[in-house]
Write a protein that binds this ligand. Structure first.
Ligand code: HEC
Length: 174
């Protein structure tokens, strides 16, 4: 009897885990936070943290702003896509953090279709290269439907550690 109960409990646990939302980087649940205010999932990938009252982590907020100044012209508002470039809200459902970094830094040219749609390389552009995690975290939240099509009104504070890292990244890239 006890064994049956254990097996049942284990099955239920697996079933519950199956329900958890996952994207190209796995389960997006935040389990750790760094000094700079960045959250990480259990695999160590950057992730979002959105409170019950709609307060977003700093990276989600910053990523929202960066996305709409650098990416939105091709990828559409809120990661929804355009006739020219794919909906990143959907791309991140299967794309891993490492693949995201690779494409954004090095760019990509679609040679499989007649259309010559080009994803520029942003590795040398400090306005993007210094904010890779911000962009990724915001888009990860969009991919998991954790954040709607709107500007975050409330966010966690920008930390001193974040500002220091930002300054040195921007300084080094200039
Ligand atoms: C000049 C237009 C343009 C801009 C600006 C642009 N992209 Fe792209 N991006 C594209 C195109 C076109 C593709 C598809 C390329 C292909 O099919 O190989 C693409 C592909 C991607 C992909 C791969 C998506 C997938 O489904 O495989 C990612 C990730 C991406 N872009 C991220 C970004 C981010 C982040 C920014 C802003 C920092 C950005 N892009 C800015 C045009 C652009």
């Amino acid at each position: 009897m006890r064994i049956i109960c254990l097996v049942l409990a284990a099955t239920m646990l697996v079933a519950a885990e199956g329900i958890a939302i996952a994207d190209g980087s796995g389960d997006p649940a935040a389990v750790k936070k760094s000094e700079s205010g960045e959250y990480y999932d259990k695999d160590g990938n950057p992730t979002y943290k959105i409170g019950a009252d709609g307060t977003v982590d700093w990276y989600t907020y910053s990523g929202y702003r960066r996305y709409h100044s650098e990416c939105h012209v091709c990828h559409g508002p809120d990661g929804m896509g355009s006739t020219y470039a794919p909906a990143l809200k959907d791309s991140l459902k299967t794309m891993s953090y490492a693949d995201f970094l690779g494409v954004v830094a090095s760019g990509r040219k679609n040679i499989s279709t007649a259309a010559e749609n080009v994803m520029p390389a942003f590795g040398d552009n400090p306005n993007v290269a210094c904010y890779m995690d911000d962009l990724y975290v915001y888009l990860r939240a969009r991919a998991n439907d954790a954040w709607p099509r709107q500007r975050p009104a409330n966010h966690e504070d920008k930390t001193k550690e974040y500002t220091d890292a930002e300054d040195s990244c921007m300084g080094n890239k200039h």
